[in-house]
Structure formats: structure tokens, C-alpha cells
Design a protein around this ligand. Structure first.
Ligand SMILES: *Cc1c(COP(=O)(O)O)cnc(C)c1O
Ligand code: SF4
Length: 464
């Protein structure tokens, strides 16, 4: 026996070191972020073999677009009372409905009323609530900050490019309901169809502004851009010497992850653009949009593994929604599960002031409370920043950074010195989070005016 081996044997005989200050063990079964749904979980809703279900073409062809198609599927899986309520919901919703078979198969059809995925896509009349009087379409003023159609230049060094207006799904809560989706009875849309001629104006503008370094390509959803357009847009932007960062935004990974495994053209296009960028030291990445941990399955893991192996960074932006992810445990599980599949949780957005989805908004206080609860759960770089995208075009502000917040009136006031100097931006908590008296006050234009004046005065006083 060598000396080292002898020492090792002696050590192994010795009593184990006293356990000091040991953190209590975690029950391994509580690590549920690692358990992703596997197998043919879709069978009860779509009785098809995996060759079909895992084919993005099948998913696209069988997308439930419009009320009629969706109703057919619902008839087989959902309770009758639910179907009636959904039918009435469709009549008043500002967005046309569109969901993928993948998403539908993740809904708990025994209790669709409370299901977090159902809430995001299928409106129910009985759950809808009156809009806050301060709600408007395009509350973010994306059109007012657009020098050319489909390009919003709000922050100095970055811009938002909207090359199309369709998505693989339509979310009830979409901020861009002013442009996205087919026209419904209640809303007239701005025209942002796929049109390479329109895009030329955007490229010319971007080239003319040397301070622009970062382009977010969104929509609509870049999943719906054919591979040749992904490549063309990527190449055009990479040819501009001022561009240092490019992000392709798509909710696709959350709603149709199989496309990454079955659409070779699209995957190769995005991967080639990323490689081209890498050669030029420009970071090309994907921004996606998961809202709830059950949206992450073993299929998402396989899709992410492939992207990760190709060196493609994926970041996530979540929208905080009542009854979906507005409690600390759900949010923590979502964040841990995103980390598990190598998606980087970037932002959690306070719900924008969007018409027709008052039921989904939360108070700002809830955002702040949840942020406090999740910070420390995992790596700091995997902990999202909670932001309010300030209405009236103030841009994203750290939720906690309000100048003033009156929890009774629900008015919060932000400033955005780097975006628009000397301007106050207001966010309004949903009426359902306020007292009965306060709800009455909001009906009265004079009282509204007073509440605003008071909030502004307090914000000013705080800044002095
Ligand atoms: C969100 C957004 C961006 C990107 O902002 P980041 O904070 O860098 O993610 C750029 N332009 C507009 C108009 C936006 O809304
Ligand atoms: S995928 Fe994005 S852009 Fe499309 S409807 Fe949903 S939130 Fe809106």
C-alpha cells in the first residue's frame, strides 16, 4: 500500500466530520422542475401517433384557427357548460382564437375553467371583466414611436422590427392586438403583412441611424416567417456595420417546440444566421415566451437541447397573469424549469393595459411581492427582472422603481430619464384589485382627474 492509500484507509475509518451548519436536505421528490411530461400525453385529445404529432406541418395544418374548428375539438373533451361559456366569450373578445394541438393537449379538460393555458387562449364570457377606464389599444404607443411602418424606435440604441403580423397562436392578452391576428368584430388592425418591399424602408432607416446596434425582430411571430425570409432578414441586418445584436422573437418554442426538430429549413436558416453573426462577432439569439411550467414538456427539452448544441442562446419573456402565474410557487417553478432546459429567464412583464383582458391583469403590488419571493431561488443570471412597460411609451421600467404608488387608487407613476426626460408615466392596477368605493371613484371623470393630480404631485414631491 502506498502512503497515500494508507492515509485514505485511515481516513475512511475515522468518524465522519461533525456536521455543522448543514442546510437541511431537500426531498428529491420536491424537485419537480426536472419532471417533464413525456410519452404520448396528447392521445386523449388528439388520437394520433407521434410521427404526426411531432411533425410541425401536422401541427400547423391542425391548428385550431377560428371558433368553429376549436369548438369541434372541445365537443369531444370539454364539459358542455364550458363550451357554452367559451362560445359567448368568443363573441366579445378582441382577438381571434388560434391554438396549436400541442397546447390544447396540455390543458386539463377536467377543469378547463381554472387551467392556466386555457386562460391565455380561450376567453370565457363569465370570467371577463369591465375594462379600466384608462385602457387603450396600443397602450405602449408603438405606432407613435414608429418612423416607418413596422419599426418602432423608442430607445436610442435598439429598435423593434415587425416584419409580419401572424403568429402560430393568438394570445388573448397580446399587446399588439392593434396589428396581430385577423380582424375581429370589435377591432380594426394596422396592416403589417409579410412584405419584403415594406422591410426595405426599415433597413434604410436602420442604416441611416448609426446609434442603432440592437434589432428585435418580432411581429407577429418569426416562427411564421418562411426560412428564406429568416435568412434574408438576418443577412440584411448583419450587413449593416452598426448592428451588434439581433434577436428573433418567437413564442413558437412554447407552443410548437417540435418545429425545431422537424423543420430542417427553418432550423438551418436560424442556425446559419447565428453562425454568420458569430463570425462577425454579432450576437444573434432567440427570445421566447413561456408563461407557465406545464408549457415545458420533454418535447421542449429536446428542442432546446438541439438549439443549445448549436450554440444558440434562448431567453424568455413571461407575462404576469392572474390565475396563470401570479403566485410565487408557480413563478419559481417556471424559472427553475426554464433553467433546466437552458432557457434564460430574462423578463417578467407586468401585464400591459390591453383591452378585453382585465381578468388577466394583476396589481403592481403582486408583481413586486412575487419578485421578492423568487429572487434567490436560483442563479442570479437565471432570475428575471420584473418590469412594467410604461404605458404611453416610457419603455420598460424595473417594477420596483416607481416614483410613487398609491395602493388605494392603484395608480403608479414612473419616470424614464433615458427614454423621455421630464415625463411621468402612469400604470393603473386592475379594478378588481381595488375596493368597491374606489371602483366607484374611477367611474367619475372628476374624481379620476383628482386622483391623477394627487399621484403626480406626490411623484414630483418625491423627486425634489
Ligand atoms: C422591449 C423593447 C425593446 C428591447 O428592449 P430590451 O429591454 O433590451 O429587451 C426595444 N424596442 C422596443 C420598442 C421594445 O418595446
Ligand atoms: S405570440 Fe406574441 S405577438 Fe403573437 S399573439 Fe401571442 S403575444 Fe401576441
Amino acid at each position: 500500500m502506498s502512503t497515500a492509500e494508507k492515509i485514505a484507509v485511515e481516513k475512511s475509518k475515522a468518524a465522519p466530520p461533525a456536521i455543522r451548519n448543514q442546510k437541511p436536505r431537500v426531498n428529491i421528490e420536491s424537485l419537480t422542475h426536472r419532471n417533464l411530461l413525456e410519452g404520448e400525453f396528447w392521445r386523449p385529445v388528439f388520437d394520433v401517433p407521434s410521427e404526426q404529432f411531432l411533425d410541425h406541418m401536422w401541427q400547423m395544418k391542425n391548428s385550431l384557427y377560428g371558433e368553429k374548428k376549436l369548438m369541434k375539438v372541445l365537443e369531444n373533451v370539454a364539459p358542455g357548460k364550458f363550451i357554452e361559456d367559451a362560445a359567448r366569450g368568443f363573441r366579445v373578445a378582441p382577438m381571434v382564437v388560434r391554438v396549436t394541438p400541442y397546447l390544447l393537449s396540455l390543458i386539463d379538460w377536467k377543469d378547463p375553467w381554472n387551467d392556466p393555458i386555457r386562460r391565455q387562449f380561450i376567453p370565457l364570457a363569465e370570467q371577463l371583466e369591465m375594462d379600466h377606464p384608462m385602457l387603450t389599444l396600443d397602450s405602449l404607443h408603438e405606432q407613435k414611436d414608429a418612423p416607418v411602418d413596422g419599426l418602432t424606435h423608442r430607445y436610442t440604441d435598439k429598435a423593434l422590427f415587425l416584419p409580419l403580423n401572424t403568429c402560430p397562436v393568438y394570445c388573448r392578452f397580446c399587446t399588439r392586438s392593434y396589428a396581430v391576428g385577423k380582424e375581429t368584430d370589435t377591432v380594426e388592425k394596422v396592416n403589417l403583412k409579410i412584405n419584403p418591399k415594406r422591410w426595405e424602408e426599415a433597413y434604410t432607416y436602420i442604416a441611416s441611424r448609426p446609434e442603432l446596434e440592437d434589432i428585435v425582430i418580432s411581429g407577429g411571430d418569426t416562427y411564421n416567417l418562411p426560412a428564406k425570409h429568416i435568412r434574408a432578414i438576418g443577412e440584411r441586418l448583419l450587413a449593416l456595420p452598426n448592428i451588434r445584436r439581433i434577436r428573433f422573437a418567437t413564442k413558437g418554442l412554447a407552443v410548437m417546440p417540435m418545429k425545431m426538430l422537424s423543420d430542417d429549413d427553418w432550423f438551418t436558416a436560424i442556425s446559419d444566421v447565428e453562425k454568420m453573426g458569430r463570425k462577425k462577432h454579432v450576437h444573434v439569439c432567440i427570445h421566447t415566451h413561456f408563461n407557465h411550467p406545464t408549457e415545458i414538456t420533454d418535447i421542449s427539452r429536446q428542442a432546446m437541447n438541439k438549439l443549445f448544441e448549436h450554440g444558440i442562446t434562448v431567453r424568455n419573456q413571461t407575462v404576469l397573469q392572474r390565475g396563470v402565474n401570479d403566485d410565487a410557487n408557480t413563478m419559481a417553478l417556471l424559472i427553475k424549469r426554464l433553467g433546466e432546459i437552458n432557457v434564460h429567464p430574462y423578463y417578467v412583464y407586468q401585464h400591459d393595459m390591453v383591452q378585453g383582458v382585465e381578468d388577466l391583469r394583476t396589481s403592481l403590488q403582486q408583481a413586486c411581492d412575487i419578485e421578492k419571493a423568487v429572487r434567490g431561488v436560483t442563479a442570479g443570471f437565471n432570475t428575471p427582472t420584473f418590469v412594467v412597460d410604461a404605458p404611453q411609451g416610457g419603455g420598460k421600467r424595473d417594477a420596483h422603481s416607481y416614483e410613487h404608488y398609491n395602493r388605494d387608487t392603484g395608480i403608479s407613476v414612473y419616470t424614464a430619464p433615458s427614454v423621455k426626460k421630464d415625463t411621468f408615466f402612469y400604470y393603473y392596477d386592475p379594478l378588481h384589485s381595488l375596493s368597491d368605493d374606489m371602483r366607484e371613484n374611477w367611474k367619475d371623470p372628476k374624481k379620476r382627474q383628482e386622483m391623477h393630480e394627487d399621484a403626480t404631485a406626490q411623484a414630483k414631491a418625491g423627486l425634489e
